[in-house]
Write a protein that binds this ligand. Structure first.
Ligand SMILES: [Cu+2]
Length: 295
């Protein structure tokens, strides 16, 4: 039994190592995601692989533990009044049961750090840089490498009636520089599986920058994820991921003086956000009136 379980543990450890090391080969489908949401960036894929590897490792440990419990329950069930052989203070076993979990934790920690470094990695020269300005209670997106008709970089700003649309290219490294004009906000695109706090006075390029490479075209909702005041819940935006070609055409149209709506329509994209709606003050007012009329 002792030899058998030691062998099983060694085998499990080996399997765990092999599975996590070959993380990049992890299949990406509903089953192997184990409940992990589907991301649209390279960085999200890295995180998903860590999760898949961790769950498989946990399942291997679980199966071994459940088997040993099952074995003990069946093999050592009560057969009479005679006490079974009593054992205590098995030093090698106790050392093993201390060292083995430590090795497992060290392995999980190692792969977590490796993945985190990849997610937080900054390239020396990103393909695109986009400035994200957060303020109570909306967003402004600035494309600093462009120049509009007024000599200023092209930008899109949200209002209480307009959801700002953040147009990004796929298959290019995008560096986001987030800046807050007032309080702490948080830049969150659920499909990036990533959010970054936008802390005022933190514009030193050290803690307010992150990069993603978007892999899937589409429209995705973005939100503020840090309670920042009265209309925090309405501080939404839309990410519009388009091909690199369309992205260049969009920025060129903006530089020629088209607004966000017309420039989006010019590349065959809907000019308005479809994933979220602005705060409708009029509707809320009506609802309030109806409520008080009903009292
Ligand atoms: Cu906010």
């Amino acid at each position: 039994m002792a030899r058998g379980s030691r062998l099983a543990r060694l085998a499990a450890l080996g399997l765990l190592g092999v599975l996590t090391l070959t993380g990049c080969e992890m299949p990406n489908n509903e089953f192997w995601r184990f409940g992990w949401p589907e991301g649209i960036t390279e960085q999200a894929t890295e995180m998903r692989q860590l999760w898949t590897g961790s769950v498989i490792a946990a399942l291997i440990v679980g199966i071994i533990v459940w088997s040993l419990i099952g074995y003990s329950v069946v093999r050592h069930r009560k057969r009479g009044d005679e006490l079974p052989r009593q054992t205590a203070y098995n030093l090698p076993l106790e050392i093993g049961l201390t060292v083995l979990p430590f090795i497992i934790i060290a392995g999980l920690f190692f792969f977590t750090v490796v993945t985190q470094n990849k997610v937080m990695e900054r390239s020396a020269d990103p393909d695109e840089t986009i400035e994200v300005n957060a303020f109570k209670w909306n967003w402004e997106f600035v494309y600093p490498e462009t120049e509009g008709q007024d000599g200023q970089p092209v930008s899109t700003v949200g209002t209480s009636t307009d959801i700002p649309i953040l147009v990004v290219p796929t298959e290019r490294t995008i560096r986001f520089q987030v800046v807050s004009a007032d309080v702490i906000h948080s830049f969150w695109v659920p499909e990036f599986l990533f959010k970054l706090d936008v802390i005022p006075g933190n514009e030193n390029g050290r803690d307010n920058v992150f990069e993603v490479t978007v892999q899937k075209e589409g429209a995705y909702v973005g939100r503020c994820a840090e309670l920042c005041g009265t209309y925090h819940a309405y501080m939404n935006f839309e990410v519009r991921a388009v091909s690199g070609e369309d992205y260049d055409a969009y920025l060129a149209a903006r530089e020629e003086g088209l607004n966000t709506y017309d420039a989006l329509e010019s590349i065959g994209q809907p000019g308005e956000a479809g994933t979220t709606t602005p705060l409708d003050l009029a509707q809320n007012k009506n609802a309030d009136q109806q409520r008080s009329a009903g009292d």
